[in-house]
Ligand binder design. Structure first.
Ligand SMILES: [Cu+2]
Length: 127
């Protein structure tokens, strides 16, 4: 930082805590994954399917993103539609081989906050 005028230094000293407080208040737990349909209906290898995810608040399907990440780190954007209630999203899964995967969610809650969730799951050959 070069020699800032005194009033700019004061402005920075005030702004940093304000920004920190704003950031902290946006990290509350909205649109957190509560459950998915995979518990009842595990994804089978070689079979395209849909997975429904329930969150702890209403979510906006059109402004939410879900990526599938495989063990090699490859990302695939998945198609999302609204679920059977406002707190649910349905994601389309393509045909996949058995293995370890991650759903990477970036979900917009009804109150305007984005929340990131990562959910690990396995596609297993054994039922
Ligand atoms: Cu919120």
């Amino acid at each position: 930082m070069k020699n800032l005028p005194f009033h700019q230094i004061i402005a920075v000293l005030f702004l940093v805590p304000v920004m920190a407080a704003t950031f902290a208040s946006s990290v509350h737990a909205h649109a957190v994954v509560i459950e998915t349909s995979m518990k009842e209906m595990p994804v089978r290898p070689g079979q395209a399917t849909e997975v429904e995810t329930r969150f702890n608040s209403a979510v906006e399907a059109k402004l939410s993103r879900i990526f599938l990440i495989d063990i090699g780190g490859k990302e695939l954007a998945l198609k999302i539609t609204a679920g059977s209630s406002p707190d649910r999203l349905v994601v389309e899964l393509p045909t996949l081989p058995a293995g370890a995967y991650v759903f990477q969610y970036r979900v917009l809650a009804a109150d305007g906050h984005f929340t990131d969730n990562a959910l690990r799951f396995r596609i297993s050959n054994n039922p």
